[in-house]
Write a new protein. Structure first.
Length: 172
């Protein structure tokens, strides 16, 4: 008798599993359709990413190129005067001032003493220092600070000389 009850219930259980499997297939299809519709459909590459995307191994997914890069696996740099996402921006400045990610870089108008040139990124040549490199160091090159001139060196008890150099970069 017990076998008969199990046999009668079995088709219902089987039907339930079939229904669940069909529902899961439908959900998978809908999810796949949404994912495909939300991204550009393209020919597969080695990694499976479309041009303009790279494979992120940590996240196990395709991600858009960083600004300034494009192509399969983001291996190409935007050519001048293009910049930005998909190289859609156009620089209206000299090539050396055009950054592939952000476009034209602002020109600094003032900076810390000891730096000269375009955007004040070039250090004063030894033995000069200070604003517009007008000062002259009367010490060794190692002891001449481009901003303040000759600096003192401290001596430890071991007799080893050390100095503290603070790197100052100018960005505007």
């Amino acid at each position: 008798m017990k076998m008969t009850k199990r046999c009668r219930l079995y088709p219902q259980v089987t039907m339930l599993f079939v229904t669940l499997r069909r529902a899961l297939q439908m959900i998978s299809f809908i999810y796949f359709s949404i994912v495909v519709d939300s991204q550009e459909v393209c020919n597969e590459t080695i990694t499976g990413c479309c041009p303009g995307y790279f494979w992120n191994y940590r996240k196990n997914t395709c991600e858009p190129c960083m600004p300034g890069y494009h192509g399969i696996n983001c291996t190409f740099i935007c050519p001048y005067p293009s910049y930005g996402h998909g190289c859609q921006g156009l620089c209206d400045c000299n090539e050396d001032m055009c950054d592939v990610s952000n476009g034209c870089q602002p020109i600094a108008t003032e900076c810390l003493p000891g730096y000269v040139g375009v955007n004040f990124v070039t250090k004063c040549p030894y033995p000069t220092y200070g604003e517009k490199c007008q000062g002259t160091c009367d010490c060794s090159k190692d002891a001449c600070d481009v901003s303040t001139g000759c600096r003192k060196t401290n001596t430890r008890t071991t007799g080893i000389h050390f100095k503290l150099t603070i790197l100052r970069l100018c960005y505007k």
